[in-house]
Write a protein that binds this ligand. Structure first.
Ligand code: GTP
Length: 531
């Protein structure tokens, strides 16, 4: 698995935190908007439903009420005070028949009189029938001189739901002589009340009378009961319609009501709030899920894009700098930095690193050279030391082995040097050794190498030099020392052993040989050359 970089993790954490913050803000505002919209929508649906049901009821009963008004008024041409006369009775029955046929939904139209008699077509009342005792008669008396409220009731025989309206009949002296009433079928109204709303199927309608008694309700059990829940929350009678929110038996309801004054009905359209909340909550949860998914996807996409455009070049830069610092800087990088600020900065850093490294390398080379010089040079005389001389001799031996190039080696030791030290001190002794090195170097070829072998012993190597020539060089060296003006007018001589390297010699044997020759020169009186 690809390792996630620290920067990548930081970008991811920041963008995710930002996304969660946005989700929280969006979530709160969208939830509250959706909730308010949902409730508003339900309220509008309740209002519209209620309006349509009320309009239907009004439209349904209007012709019935007109028929009552007409039949009880002098316009009908009937004098009801003469109801006992045969012709009048016949005229009344004829009028009833016409109205029954022409007005839809009319079941019966009839009139009852003070004497208990009833005028009606196609109906035979029971033997003990007394019109004055019937509820419709009483209702009309109660509402005199207006038409009584619509009073729903169930027919005893057919079990059909009916509604009746009535109005008092008056004589010339404006005295009540009877009641004219219409019975109408309620099927159309009950059907209209029970039609479900397409968007809010749990919405239902019912009808109360002005005293809060349930006249019509989809739940049969509620009929003729007092609806305390809503009645307690209904505003005063002068408010004809409106919305209300009430709690009943632990449940909360949203309702819209409309008073139909001519009928004495209150048409209520309501819904249990829990039924409305459920789809709203579903919509909110679905929307929130979409927001969360969308925001997180956008965040991850943003992290990915940022990674591509920021982290990838930085990672490349990191690798490139590492390559350079590990000495693999000459490797051609397959990656080209992007053409933006990051790319420019990356290239600048790459260049800086390269320059810094080149500078460091130069410094290192100088230091190495200095170190090399120090390890190969004698501190006092500044000529090659024993280690370096061994290297040079070995190189000459190798050349000899390959090309048979001749070379000679000298070893010389300062005579009675101890006395110099003892007499003039160590510092002066040092100065003598420095002078010897300088004098000898100036009297030999550039290709010859002088080195200090240790103490007051020196060694000289002369490449491409045979014994005879080497002997001359030795003479020249000894003479130069002898004639040099040393401090304190000291007269310095050396004893010198000299050999030409020949086949059969090795590094060890040639060194041993010249050492012995030098020793012999000492033995033979010093200030001399032994070949
Ligand atoms: N000042 C000085 N003295 C040195 C140095 N290296 C060796 N010596 C001295 O050189 C002297 C060498 O003495 P010896 O080995 O007895 O030889 P010599 O006195 O030169 O006598 P012969 O070699 O027999 O002629 C010693 O006193 C060393 O201390 C140096 O770097 N500086």
């Amino acid at each position: 698995m690809k390792k996630v970089s620290k920067l990548q993790r930081q970008i991811f954490t920041i963008t995710t935190a930002l996304a969660l913050f946005i989700i929280l803000l969006l979530g709160i505002s969208i939830s509250s908007i959706l909730y308010t919209q949902g409730i508003d929508g339900a309220e509008t649906a309740l209002r519209n439903k209620n309006r349509s049901v009320t309009t239907l009821i009004l439209g349904y009963f209007a012709p019935l009420r007109q028929a009552i008004e007409y039949s009880t008024s002098p316009d009908s041409g009937i004098d009801h005070s003469r109801f006992e006369e045969h012709d009048t009775r016949q005229a009344i029955l004829n009028l009833f028949e016409v109205l029954q046929k022409t007005i839809p939904n009319v079941n019966y139209i009839f009139s009852g009189y003070e004497d208990g008699s009833l005028l009606i077509n196609n109906y035979t009342p029971p033997a003990d029938f007394n019109a004055v005792d019937r509820p419709w008669y009483q209702a009309a008396l109660d509402m005199h001189p207006l038409i009584s409220d619509g009073m729903p009731y169930q027919d005893i025989i057919s079990k059909e739901w009916l509604v009746s309206f009535g109005k008092t009949l008056l004589n010339a002296n404006e005295e009540i002589i009877g009641v004219l009433s219409i019975d109408a079928g309620m099927d159309t109204i009950i059907e209209a009340l029970s039609v479900k709303d397409q968007h809010y199927p749990t919405v239902y309608n019912y009808v109360l009378n002005t005293q809060g008694m349930v006249l019509i309700h989809p739940d049969e059990g509620m009929r003729d009961t007092f609806h305390q829940g809503i009645y307690a929350h209904l505003p005063s009678a002068d408010v004809t319609r409106g919305s209300l929110n009430y709690r009943d038996e632990g449940r909360q309801f949203l309702a819209h009501f409309d008073r139909i004054e001519t009928l004495g009905w209150i048409v209520v359209t309501e819904v249990n709030l829990a039924d409305i909340r459920q789809p709203i909550m579903k919509t909110i949860i679905f929307t929130l899920l979409m927001i969360v998914t969308g925001s997180l996807l956008a965040t991850w996409l943003m992290s990915f894009v940022l990674s591509r455009h920021i982290i990838a070049p930085l990672k490349k830069l990191q690798n490139r700098v590492q390559e350079i610092t590990e000495g693999r800087g000459d490797k051609i990088s397959e990656y080209s930095f992007p053409n933006n600020e990051i790319g420019m900065i990356s290239e600048a850093i790459e260049q800086l690193t390269e320059n810094a490294l080149i500078h460091k390398n130069v410094e290192l080379k100088i230091k190495n050279l200095q170190l090399d010089a120090l390890s190969n040079t004698d501190q006092l005389t500044e000529i090659a030391n024993r280690r370096k001389m061994l290297e040079i001799i070995q190189a000459e031996i190798n050349r000899f082995d390959r090309h048979k190039t001749p070379f000679s080696i000298f070893m010389f030791d300062v005579d009675h040097f101890k006395r110099v030290n003892d007499t003039f001190g160590h510092d002066l002794g040092d100065q003598v050794l420095i002078d010897i090195a300088r004098v000898v170097r100036s009297s030999i070829r550039r290709t010859d190498t002088l080195g200090r072998w240790g103490g007051e012993e020196f060694i000289l190597i002369c490449p491409e030099t045979e014994l005879n020539t080497a002997h001359n060089v030795a003479e020249k060296v000894c003479s130069a020392i002898r004639h040099h003006a040393f401090p304190a007018n000291l007269s310095i001589t050396v004893s010198l052993g000299l050999s030409e390297f020949r086949s059969g010699h090795t590094l060890e044997t040639i060194l041993a040989e010249i050492d012995q020759k030098m020793y012999r020169a000492k033995q033979n009186g010093r200030n001399r050359i032994e070949i």
